[in-house]
Design a protein around this ligand. Structure first.
Ligand code: NAD
Length: 298
């Protein structure tokens, strides 16, 4: 069932996601601030939207994958009031990781105009986007999430309905706060073992078969050379930037404050990733946090 899909933000994640929609037979029109990214997608079969209005013209579905809440709000609620320009029957799916309050406010503004906007942030990284195996974490009415399901299935393997508007964003920041913490814990354990003369690969195998097992050990080992496919084995290039992890920890801790909660480990993790970024490592993969433990991991 071929749909007309408007796609905003075709960077590291949005680019491969839009390609998978084209491969699934949809007619995709794209918009990005980068002309060269647009040209690459046109080569892959997309239409260049030219402007925000031109991109959403006669679209059945509108998808955004942008770097910040400001960019998303500016797209939908900027001077051109794009929410009113988008066809009233079209479904709007924001896949960016942004704060839940902005998502809820935008969903309400869309509803006032008779449109439906859901949040559907993703997990799985650039590799998952390329392979079409992302996890989508949706927030919004069940009917809208069901409507989105076959479209998201062209880009991902797991599609969850976390709850009402904003719930997808909340679940996403819970997950990324936990990821930040278990990556740090994994780094500490590996450092302690190596300081005692253990082989980090042997120790990793032992912990993988023991109660310390976690995703960072399974697919993202932070010690260089232990796992060929992990960013640690290519000087922490590519992957998920420290700066993006820091943004997500900031979103999590703003929310902790808003609900008068406590997240001592999340707070510590944000401070440590912040320190690492301040030392000039913001663009490295987040598993490079191994390096703050005081010894050269090589
Ligand atoms: P990116 O910087 O590679 O891509 C963002 C793209 O949006 C860029 O090409 C930029 O030119 C474009 N853009 C910015 N403002 C725009 C606007 N107003 N209109 C149109 N295009 C605009 O970032 P990314 O890594 O693709 O991340 C995008 C989102 O996905 C972020 O919210 C991020 O937190 C989230 N995310 C990233 C990963 C990852 O591993 N990289 C994983 C999960 C979620």
């Amino acid at each position: 069932n071929s749909l007309r899909i408007a796609f905003f933000g075709i960077g590291n994640m949005g680019g491969p996601m839009a390609r998978n929609l084209i491969k699934a037979g949809h007619q995709v029109s794209v918009f990005d601030l980068s002309d060269s990214l647009v040209a690459q997608l046109v080569e892959a079969g997309a239409r260049a939207g030219g402007s925000a209005e031109g991109t959403v013209e006669s679209a059945d579905v509108v998808i955004s994958m942008l770097p910040s809440a400001a960019a998303v709000a500016n797209l939908y609620q900027g001077a051109n009031d794009l929410l009113s320009v988008i066809d009233a029957k079209a479904l709007i799916i924001d896949c960016s990781t942004i704060d839940a309050a902005t998502t809820r406010q935008m969903a309400a503004a869309a509803a006032e105009r008779g449109r439906t906007l859901i949040d559907a942030p993703v997990s799985g990284g650039v590799g998952g986007a390329e392979a079409g195996t992302l996890t989508f974490i949706c927030g919004g009415p069940a009917a809208a999430v069901e409507q989105a399901r076959p479209i998201l299935a062209a880009m991902g393997r797991n599609i969850f309905h976390a709850g009402d508007h904003g719930a997808g964003q909340i679940a996403k920041i819970c997950n990324n706060m936990l990821l930040a913490i278990h990556m740090l814990g994994t780094c500490e354990a590996l450092q302690l073992g190596v300081d005692n003369g253990l082989d980090p690969a042997v120790l990793s195998d032992i912990m993988l078969a023991s109660s310390g097992r976690n995703w960072s050990l399974e697919v993202y080992n932070p010690w260089p050379g232990v796992m060929e496919t992990a960013p640690a084995s290519r000087n922490y290039q590519g992957g998920f930037a420290v700066d993006l992890m820091l943004k997500d920890l900031g979103l999590a801790l703003e929310n902790v404050l808003a609900v008068r909660g406590n997240a001592p480990l999340g707070t510590l993790a944000k401070n440590l990733y912040g320190l690492h970024a301040a030392r000039g490592n913001g663009r490295l993969d987040f598993s490079s946090i191994q390096q703050i433990l005081g010894r050269d991991p090589q």
